[in-house]
Design a protein around this ligand. Structure first.
Ligand code: NAD
Length: 482
């Protein structure tokens, strides 16, 4: 049997598409309508593939995997670097499509930022070196540890940061010699199809394929006998379904699931100095971020000042249609998420909480806009605190004693991120060590870096992404002994 070869794409230099050519390239005239969450207008039509289509994509990815893995690592590095250039060449149309489909503004830490992060992560993944080699050589035993490709990797993503999360899933897998089949969220298929289209201007055929479709396509991917590893980012409930459906094939899993990140503000802070950091920690991507600050615990000594400073910052942040250059906050991506946020804020109000800002959406306005909302005097057990809101509404809980704050922060069964805010770094680090979360930030919240591992504990999932740990996660270790 001959090993299939990997076909070079026709185009090998970065092209500069327009918005129209990019959209046309990913449009399926018979596909499902995708609506702009800011206006309700049709953005485009995305293919709605079946589970059988997925099988074909997996077979194609399987057919070229060995040839891809057999290439020298330096060639895959070179292709990732060229992929980064291709993303940069298409940055503006990619950002526009992302803004129209997801709703996030072009400016602020939003659409242009997300496309820029895609290029940055591709470059960083190309630059990361995986250690390996001799682990024991004592004259009697010689053992080496190597990281081999897993095979074909499946990647299933959410709708909040669709392009960036796709790159997080895809880049390390490609670097390690795997081929990849991506299943985008049904809410944001065009963004991911467009990104994959741009990458495939550089990558060989069938090494990377996106199959847009519904939950049944994701379910088939997670049970597929020819998928060796699945990288999933999404809700805890779907993660649990994936664990079950992947059991028969003993698939390797990386699960980046939901969170409900706590922030603890110690009494020694300067409220004005931390207010902007707190704001963006909570409201980046209009609160639709896995590791956003979702419940804030503030010491009673500074509670009122922190609330007042947050309100002042929040009032200056314009929300509106993403294509308007002035805006830094946008709509909720879909109506279901809007309803969740509205229900949780109403639950807090009904329980006697104080609405410091917002909480008053205009029922007649087009789009899924929910105003920036700050809620104080809310009990720790209130649903707005205890459940993941995933939107622009931050509950602020007063505490008297740091023991009480740590207990409240650790009370939930999720643990993606957390933060501690203090003028005393050592005091903050002492509290950080006691928090049950995959990442604890000090005096910031939610920042990620391509060289720093990222992952959750508890029901926020398992496995790490980024850096050396991220490469190991899409490889299988092999010991060569002798
Ligand atoms: P979701 O779980 O509803 O959907 C995610 C993806 O899973 C979609 O592509 C969907 O089609 C697919 N899917 C649905 N059912 C499936 C099944 N049975 N088998 C396989 N795939 C299936 O999540 P969402 O609403 O798109 O995203 C929001 C959630 O994601 C939030 O809870 C958020 O905290 C979490 N999230 C986590 C991270 C992280 O890094 N930990 C990042 C972003 C979002």
């Amino acid at each position: 049997m001959t090993t299939p070869t990997v076909t070079e794409p026709v185009t090998t230099t970065a092209q500069t598409p327009t918005y129209e050519t990019l959209l046309a390239a990913v449009t399926d005239p018979g596909g499902r309508e995708v609506l702009d969450p800011a206006t309700g207008e049709v953005v485009g039509r995305a293919a709605d593939r079946s589970a059988d289509d997925l099988d074909a994509a997996v077979a194609a990815a399987r057919a070229v995997q060995r040839a891809w893995a057999a290439r020298p690592d330096a060639e895959r590095v070179e292709l990732l670097l060229r992929a980064a250039e291709a993303v940069e060449a298409a940055a503006e149309p990619l950002a526009e499509l992302l803004s129209r489909e997801q709703g996030k503004p072009l400016n602020g830490p939003n659409a242009r930022f997300e496309v820029g992060a895609c290029a940055a992560w591709l470059r960083a993944t190309a630059a990361t070196e995986l250690p390996g080699g001799t682990v024991l050589d004592d004259g009697e035993t010689r053992a080496e540890l190597h990281y081999r490709p897993v095979g074909v990797v499946g990647a299933i993503g959410p709708w909040n940061w669709p392009m960036m999360i796709t790159i997080w899933q895809v880049a390390p897998a490609l670097r390690m010699g795997n081929t990849v089949v991506v299943k985008p969220s049904e809410y944001t298929p065009l963004s991911v199809l467009a990104l994959v289209h741009v990458l495939n201007g550089v990558l060989p055929a069938d090494v990377l394929t996106a199959v847009a479709g519904g939950r049944e396509v994701g379910a088939r991917l997670s049970a597929h006998p020819d998928i060796d590893k699945l990288v999933f980012t999404g809700s805890t409930a779907t993660g649990q379904a994936i664990i079950r459906s992947s059991a028969d094939t003993v698939k390797r899993l990386t699960l980046e699931l939901g969170g409900n990140d706590a922030g603890i503000v110690l009494p020694d802070v300067d409220p004005t100095a931390i207010a902007e950091g707190l704001f963006w920690g909570a409201f980046i991507n209009t609160g639709q971020t896995c590791a956003a600050l979702k419940r804030l615990y503030v010491h009673t000594d500074v509670h009122d000042e922190v609330c007042a400073a947050l309100v002042e910052v929040a009032k200056t942040m314009p929300m509106g249609r993403g294509l308007d250059e002035a805006n830094v906050l946008g709509p909720l991506q879909n109506r279901a998420q809007y309803e969740i946020v509205a229900r949780l804020v109403d639950a807090a109000r009904d329980a006697g909480a104080t609405i410091l800002l917002g909480g008053d959406p205009d029922p007649d306005a087009p789009g899924h806009f929910y105003p920036t909302t700050l809620v104080a005097d809310v009990d720790d057990t209130n649903p707005l605190v205890a459940q993941e809101q995933f939107g622009p509404a931050l509950p602020i809980v007063r505490y008297d004693d740091v023991e009480q704050a740590v207990a409240m922060a650790n009370r939930l069964d999720v643990g993606l991120g957390a933060s501690v805010w203090s003028s005393d770094r050592d005091a903050a680090r002492t509290v950080a060590a006691r928090l049950e979360a995959g990442t604890v930030w000090i005096n910031s919240h939610g920042g990620v870096h391509p060289m720093v591992p990222f992952g959750g504990v508890k029901k926020s999932g398992y496995g790490l992404e980024f850096g050396v740990e991220g490469l190991k996660a899409v490889a299988v270790p092999q010991v060569v002994n002798g």
